[in-house]
Ligand binder design. Structure first.
Ligand code: SAH
Length: 375
């Protein structure tokens, strides 16, 4: 809603990139710098910031809160994993949750966050909500870092069409002195330090008005002790969860197993194709390009008898063909970087593929039929 309004201004004042994007980029830069694992966006609206943040690989828990469920639901599907997330699961785990509720109320689901962002939120709060906000965010949630952005009223005369405020739902718009005084008092009360900055530079010659959006970055002075967390009164859950997505992650044993099995099958197929390509080029396809000597050199597909299979598998460090079976030693497959990286150790590799892939009788090689391309 705020975004639409400011889009109108961008045509005249020309913020490049648009102001809302500058605010989100500010948060993203902060995330890249401090690498928080758990981030909550209060007043998340259409979830655009959350959607941007889900790409930050340090984040494992992402939560959104808004008092308006409808606005959250409009675009929340963007927070679901994509097919690529299943095909190539990430190393980190990631859970994204959206809660319906107010920042004026405490809920235990909001505990344990490292970074809390309140982007263009406070100016939408009623006086009674704004009074409770510091205790909920700084007292109860008490994350290491809080970012609060709000319009700088001093910039408003430069925004054509803005008479009283930038948006009809804004309950107030503060000048820099008002925001700084509120922020300093809040920081002092809850033992935080605060630094002020902003986004949306004023035009040349009007530097006196400051940034279009003013930003306070609050950093908690003391680290949380176990005792301080435990001494919290138990709080009743009041928020409603409206969305949750758990991303596939290699930290999950089942997911790791799937990824390893897929990689082993893929690797084995490549080896098989290259082996069969060397052993038996299709005469009708290749005869015209192969020399006489190459055509003569066609190793026998039955070079190893069935009885000798076990013995040969045990001693062979190279893939080979026997009858209509291709044998690829596990050591060969494990030597491929991707398989190796996924599993770490050869023992883990064997453990992960056990029972999932057809192995030779002594368990030392993957068996693939020469006949089917898509085992
Ligand atoms: N952060 C977003 C949205 C800003 S508009 C952005 O940067 O674009 C403010 C949002 O705060 C709205 O979606 C509104 O529904 C929400 N909001 C207003 N009062 C709230 C409250 N008491 N608790 C939680 N969210 C609130």
């Amino acid at each position: 809603m705020d975004k639409e309004f400011q889009e109108q201004f961008t045509g005249i004042i020309k913020f490049t990139p648009p102001l809302y994007q500058q605010r989100y980029q500010f948060v993203k830069d902060l995330v890249e710098k401090h690498k928080p694992k758990k981030v909550a966006d209060l007043g998340c609206a259409d979830c655009t910031l959350l959607w941007m943040l889900k790409c930050c690989s340090c984040i494992e828990v992402l939560a959104g809160l808004d008092v308006c469920a409808t606005v959250m639901k409009e675009n929340m599907h963007r927070l679901s994993p994509l097919p690529g997330d299943y095909l190539q699961p990430a190393e980190r785990s990631l859970t994204v949750t959206l809660h319906h509720g107010s920042v004026a109320h405490k809920d235990p689901c909001m505990l344990g966050f490292d970074l809390v962002t309140c982007i263009e939120l406070i100016e939408h709060l009623e006086e009674s909500e704004l009074k409770k906000f510091p205790e909920v965010v700084f007292g109860f949630m008490a994350p290491s870092i809080v970012v609060i952005t709000t319009p700088n009223a001093e910039f408003n005369p430069l925004l054509p069409g803005v008479i009283l405020s930038r948006h009809p739902d804004h309950k107030f718009e503060w000048n820099r002195a008002q925001f700084e005084s509120w922020a300093l008092e809040t920081a002092r009360s809850y033992d935080y330090s605060v630094e002020f900055t902003g986004v949306g530079h004023p035009p040349t010659g009007r530097e006196d008005v400051g940034f279009c959006t003013q930003i306070g970055v609050f950093v908690r002075k003391c680290p949380h002790t176990i005792e301080s967390i435990q001494s919290e009164e138990p709080t009743e859950a009041v928020y409603q969860t409206v969305f949750q997505a758990v991303y596939p992650s290699l930290k999950d044993e089942k997911c790791l197993q799937n990824a390893v099995v897929n990689e082993v099958i893929f690797t084995a197929q490549i080896i098989k194709q290259s082996l069969l390509g060397h052993l038996m080029p299709e005469p009708e396809e290749y005869s015209d390009v192969l020399t006489e000597t190459e055509l003569e050199f066609q190793p026998s597909m039955d070079c190893v008898s069935e009885d000798l299979e076990t013995l040969v598998v045990e001693y062979s460090m190279e893939p080979f063909v026997s009858g209509n079976v291709v044998y690829i030693p596990l050591t060969t497959i494990f030597s491929f970087p991707k398989v190796n990286q996924l599993c770490g150790t050869f023992e883990k590799f064997c453990e992960l593929i056990a029972g999932k892939i057809t192995l030779s009788s002594d368990g030392s090689a993957v068996m693939l039929s020469t006949e089917y391309e898509n085992e």
